[in-house]
Write a protein that binds this ligand. Structure first.
Ligand code: HSE
Length: 443
């Protein structure tokens, strides 16, 4: 007789619908791999009577009572696919308290309340898996937790938000307006319910906090991660990037400094100019990638669909299979944490201490001597210039653009120089700054 694992789905949006579809479409393969089948026995939704859903389901499975759904005796695994940190947190803690294993795609919840969730799971003796929380369908959590378990990560560069990568890729390709491209991303199911989280870098910061935890065995306050969204990028920046053989990508970056076990951690989220010849420059559309530099393996790259219905659902269902295997091997909930333990507090490196290269754009009056004044101030703050261009002639009140690429400089010096420049009478617009990151891949 085939064994059965009872599942409750919390949420039947894009990802929940994908889970239902994948469990049906791949039922035979899943049963062959697990030696059991999953049975969805309850689906908690906000509106039971909603007319149109992403997938057709037996309406008798639907309930608006989340607490009742997670407590049912015939449920082994609860999939939390609601999103947000209020109801989702309540539901997840209720599921854990009821002794259910949990699969979640909720990066915000794990980034902000991870200690509470994993602490509760450990006390209750249940598993919490979260592959879908970072890079959608790309199994980076498994890579960092298992594949590189014996290695030591030195740095990582990631494109972990599909929506912002899609928007920047399309803006660079077509120069269509930002709002139109965002609408397409929403229609394709990439964007969060509130897309400002994608655009502002907030979603990427949540994912980076989870990655930092896995790579450097430390927790990081997500609110303290320096975060800039893709809205700092204007079409003219894409033009200059293109002209100088760069591509602008929405990056997350983390690096360990000093002592490998205890030194400070640099973590930041921002769009960056990267060399067009670097591997990450080819990660276009809604694709995600993680470029990891580790002590033993060296550089490695993980690439694929970071958002969307079936890719994300695939990670959720793979986690369910893993929990199913744990249940049958009688090791479910055993001391085998899905995140590092003990979690050591490590200092966060202040952004002012960062040394990197910068792309700076100044909107100034077109008059003699302006370029010289800008360069003098940059020089006085120890900022060495690699390239500078002033294009065209301004008419009337229009600014003329002076665009600079620096050699490596200290962020606090750059900030001080920009503050001084912004007070000049010849400046028409506050200076724009985009950091330059990345490596040129070996041929
Ligand atoms: N809104 C997210 C993205 C979905 O665009 O990457 C996956 O977390």
């Amino acid at each position: 007789m085939t064994r059965t694992i009872g599942v409750a789905l919390l949420g039947l949006g894009n990802v929940g619908g994908g889970v239902v579809k994948l469990l049906e479409d791949n039922a035979a393969a899943i049963a062959a791999r697990l030696g059991a089948r999953f049975e969805v026995r309850a689906i908690a939704v906000r509106e039971v009577d909603k007319a149109k859903r992403v997938v057709d389901v037996d309406r008798r499975l639907l309930t608006s009572d989340v607490d009742a759904a997670v407590r049912r005796d015939d449920i082994d695994i609860v999939c939390e696919l609601i999103g947000g940190t209020t109801l989702a947190r309540h539901a997840m803690l209720a599921a854990i308290a009821a002794g259910k294993h949990v699969v979640t795609a909720n990066k915000a919840l794990l980034a902000e309340h991870g200690a509470e969730v994993f602490g509760a799971a450990e006390r209750a003796g249940v598993d919490v898996y979260y592959e879908a929380a970072v890079c959608g369908g790309v199994p980076v959590i498994r890579v960092l937790r298992e594949g590189l378990a014996s290695d030591r990560v030195e740095s990582l560069h990631g494109i972990v938000n599909g929506t912002s990568n899609y928007i920047l890729t399309e803006m660079a390709r077509t120069r269509r307006p930002f709002a139109d491209i965002l609408r397409d991303a929403q229609a394709l199911g990439y964007a969060e319910a509130d897309p400002t989280l994608d655009i502002s870098g907030g979603d990427a910061a949540h994912k980076l906090a989870i990655l930092v935890n896995l790579c450097f065995s430390t927790t990081i306050d997500v609110a303290a991660i320096p975060t800039e969204g893709i809205d700092i990028v204007e079409p003219i920046d894409l033009d200059y990037a293109d002209k100088w053989d760069y591509v602008i990508k929405p990056l997350v970056i983390a690096r360990a400094h000093g002592d490998p076990a205890t030194g400070p951690i640099e973590a930041r989220v921002h769009p960056a100019l990267i060399p067009a010849s670097w591997l990450l420059a080819d990660v276009g559309g809604a694709k995600n990638a993680l470029y990891v530099q580790s002590y033993a393996l060296g550089p490695s790259l993980y690439y694929g669909a970071g958002a969307g219905m079936l890719p994300t659902a695939m990670s959720v269902v793979s986690d369910m299979i893993e929990i199913g295997r744990n249940i049958f091997a009688r090791v479910a909930g055993a001391p085998r944490p899905t995140r590092p333990r003990p979690v050591q507090p490590r200092a966060a490196m202040a952004l002012g201490e960062l040394r990197t290269r910068y792309y700076l754009r100044f909107g100034v009056h077109d008059q003699p001597g302006v370029l010289g004044r800008l360069m003098t101030i940059l020089g006085a703050h120890h900022i060495s210039i690699a390239q500078v261009v002033q294009d065209g002639r301004a008419t009337g009140d229009e600014p003329v653009w002076v665009v600079v690429v620096t050699h490596e400089a200290l962020e606090s010096d750059v900030r001080a120089a920009l503050s001084e420049i912004d007070t000049l009478d010849v400046v028409r617009q506050p200076a724009r700054l985009i950091r330059i990151s990345g490596e040129v891949s070996p041929a």
